[in-house]
Design a protein. Structure first.
Length: 271
C-alpha cells in the first residue's frame, strides 16, 4: 500500500503499528518502512521474535480448527485481527462449517480496509468488521454490527491472539478479558496467546526491563501465572497453559525450544 492510499485510509505510515509489523514478520507486503524498521529493531534485540510470530499464527489456525471441528463452535469474535494473510479465522472455521459467522475487530484503519476487501465469507456464513480498541471492550460489545452478526444466546469463540500484550500494566488485561467473557453465554471459549519473558536469558530479561523503563517497546510481557489468571473460572482444554508451538501440534511437527517462541497459549471453556 502506498502513502497516498494510506493517508486516504486515515492512518500515518510514518508511525509503526503492531498489526503491520506482525504482517512484515509473517512475510506479508502490507506494511511500511516504519513498520519494517520497528520489526528489524526488535529482531536485532530479540533474534527469535519472527519464529514466535510464525508459531503464533499457526496456533490461531489449529485452535480455530479445534473450536469448529471438535467443540462445535459456529461463531467467532476475533479481536486484534491483524492484516489478512493465508488461512484467516473465518477461512479455517468455514472450511469445517461453512455456516460459521465471524466478527473481526481491530484498531488499525489499514486492517479494516483490507479486511473488508479480502475477508469474504462463504455464502452460507457471514463476516463483519468493527474498528475498535481492546482497551474499551464496552465499545466492542455495544457495536450494532456485533449483535447483528453473532447470536449471544449461542456459544462464541473469543479469539485474543497476540493482542493482550498491548495492554500495559500489571493486572491490566484481566478486567478487560473478564468484561468480554461476562457478556458471552455458557459454552463459549476463550483462545488467547501472549508474549512472555519467562524463557529469556537473564541478559534478555534485563534488556527488556531496561527498554520498558525507557518507554520503548509497545509489548508488555506477562509471566505464566498472570496469563493463567485470565482463564480463572474457565475449564482449560488440554494441554493447558503451554507455549504456542506445544498446544496440540500437528503430528510429526518439530517442537522448537521454548526460548525460541516466548508466547504462552491456552484455550478455556466457559461452563
Amino acid at each position: 500500500m502506498d502513502h497516498t492510499s494510506a493517508a486516504s485510509a486515515g492512518l500515518d505510515p510514518t508511525v509503526p503499528h503492531p498489526a503491520r509489523r506482525y504482517n512484515y514478520w509473517l512475510g506479508g507486503k502490507d506494511n511500511f518502512a516504519a513498520d519494517r524498521a520497528s520489526g528489524d529493531e526488535l529482531q536485532k534485540l530479540f533474534p527469535k521474535v519472527r519464529l514466535g510470530a510464525l508459531a503464533n499464527r499457526a496456533l490461531l489456525q489449529r485452535a480455530t480448527r479445534f473450536l469448529a471441528a471438535e467443540a462445535g463452535i459456529r461463531q467467532f469474535l476475533d479481536i486484534g485481527t491483524g492484516l489478512p494473510t493465508a488461512d484467516n479465522t473465518h477461512e479455517v472455521a468455514q472450511r469445517v462449517a461453512p455456516e460459521a459467522r465471524i466478527v473481526y475487530v481491530d484498531n488499525d484503519p489499514l486492517v479494516m480496509v483490507h479486511a473488508r476487501a479480502l475477508l469474504n465469507s462463504s455464502p452460507q456464513g457471514q463476516t463483519a468488521y468493527i474498528e475498535a480498541d481492546l482497551h474499551r471492550p464496552g465499545d466492542i460489545l455495544g457495536n450494532p454490527a456485533l449483535r447483528e452478526t453473532l447470536d449471544f444466546d449461542q456459544p462464541i469463540g473469543l479469539m485474543l491472539i497476540a493482542v493482550l500484550h498491548f495492554i500495559h500494566g500489571n493486572g491490566a488485561a484481566q478486567p478487560i478479558v473478564r468484561e468480554l467473557l461476562d457478556a458471552l453465554p455458557a459454552g463459549s471459549y476463550l483462545v488467547a496467546t501472549h508474549a512472555t519473558s519467562d524463557f529469556g536469558t537473564p541478559e534478555q530479561q534485563a534488556l527488556y526491563q531496561q527498554l520498558i523503563a525507557q518507554g520503548k517497546p509497545d509489548v508488555w510481557t506477562r509471566p505464566q501465572a498472570e496469563f493463567a489468571e485470565l482463564f480463572e473460572g474457565l475449564e482449560l482444554v488440554e494441554p493447558g497453559v503451554v507455549p504456542a508451538s506445544e498446544w496440540r501440534p500437528e503430528p510429526g511437527a518439530e517442537i522448537p525450544a521454548r526460548s525460541d517462541i516466548n508466547i504462552w497459549t491456552a484455550v478455556g471453556r466457559k461452563p
